[in-house]
Design a protein around this ligand. Structure first.
Ligand code: SF4
Length: 371
């Protein structure tokens, strides 16, 4: 997106910097977790511009409360033709004011917290030579994927549920073989989603029956026959792939979900859409701080448990229990799920309920994540 060679070698800043674009009502990219988040503003079916958020990020270090996940702060709106200029000027603010002395404090989220979002806006306006407008109205419904078939731009797109993003063949689910067969006849493309799923994209109407036949033949799923919890689950790879892992994640979450599903069944909540995420360490690759239920690995078999993020990805969760194993996870969740089933208001999501019920405090600013 940025002009090639604009940042010369001496300006290279060796810190991760993420830019994401969300199209309401879907927040599938978790726009508040991005260093720069662009929220598309659509009017009369046309993109007119973007609201911009600054300074989101997930990573932290266990035991170091100066590190924390943070939400991007909404600072304004600009017409779409300025997207490149706005992103470039924000990057130069981080280049000039980011902390180069302390690596754990180097991400843009800490720069924004150190100087304040108002200062970032004013500095950005100065560098642009014009001012952002007030943010425009928008609304997010969810931060997951839209499964199944959708139609757009004269083509068809099928979002396939892939548990934790792992494509492999098992005895009773030949996912890898099926995708290879589809690839042999598919004239469109495949797209990885930020929720670890796969879109078989740009399917021509005349090709759709053939793709559908393969989907049926191999029993590929849009997730509908899974619980709302499993459909909204995500885990990082952790062991054995990631050298930073402190606990299992991808290989463990599916079996933990099976046990939580028994609790959901008991509470009559099997169809309830609840986001659940797990990572093997606090670097947060599966964006756990934005899940209604989350687990962050501390040691083999031990996790910190977090509750209370919003279903739309605009509120962080809060630690509920520290360093617990599976038995305590299930013991802790059971009464809360039963209470949720009994006391929730119509349409109230689990994360909102645990905050309203006082089970955890709302965290709308990462600076109070640990307090
Ligand atoms: S969250 Fe930690 S364990 Fe998981 S993939 Fe990222 S760095 Fe590895």
């Amino acid at each position: 997106m940025l002009r090639k060679n604009h940042f010369t070698v001496k300006h290279i800043y060796h810190v991760k910097f993420k830019i994401g674009i969300a199209v309401p009502p879907s927040n599938d990219i978790d726009v508040y977790s991005q260093d720069i988040g662009l929220i598309s503003i659509i009017e009369d079916g046309k993109l007119v511009g973007f609201n911009v958020t600054v300074g989101g990020g997930m990573g932290m270090t266990h035991g170091n409360t100066k590190t924390y996940p943070q939400l991007g702060r909404l600072i304004g709106y600009f017409p779409k033709e300025h997207a490149l200029d706005v992103c470039e000027k924000i990057l130069t603010i981080q280049r000039d004011y980011g902390n180069r002395q302390e690596r754990k404090n180097a991400r843009f989220k800490y720069t924004v917290d150190r100087y304040g979002a108002d200062w970032v806006l004013s500095e950005l306006n100065n560098r642009l030579g014009w001012s952002l407008e007030s943010p425009r109205e928008f609304h997010f419904d969810h931060n997951g994927d839209r499964y199944g078939w959708t139609e757009g731009s004269g083509k068809w797109h099928f979002t396939l549920f892939i548990q934790n993003g792992r494509v492999k063949d098992t005895e009773d689910y030949k996912l890898k073989t099926a995708l290879r067969k589809i690839a042999e006849i598919h004239t469109g493309d495949f797209r990885l989603t930020p929720n670890q799923n796969l879109v078989i994209a740009n399917v021509d109407a005349q090709k759709k029956p053939e793709i559908e036949a393969l989907i049926d033949e191999y029993g590929l799923t849009d997730g509908k026959h899974y619980t709302g919890l499993r459909r909204n689950s995500m885990a990082c790879v952790a062991f054995p792939t990631c050298g930073l892992a402190m606990a299992e994640s991808e290989r463990y979450l599916p079996s933990l979900i099976t046990k939580i599903e028994d609790l959901l069944d008991e509470a009559g909540l099997s169809e309830e859409e609840i986001t659940i995420r797990m990572t093997g360490c606090p670097n947060g690759c599966a964006r756990p701080a934005l899940a209604e239920i989350a687990f962050i690995g501390k040691a083999p078999g031990k996790y910190n448990m977090y509750l209370g993020a919003s279903f739309t990805g605009d509120r962080l969760n809060k630690m509920y229990k520290e360093n617990i194993g599976e038995a305590e996870i299930l013991e802790s969740l059971r009464p809360i799920l039963l209470q949720y089933a009994k006391e929730r208001t119509e349409g109230e999501h689990f994360g909102d309920f645990v905050v309203r019920a006082g089970i955890v405090d709302a965290v709308n600013d990462g600076q109070v994540f640990h307090s």
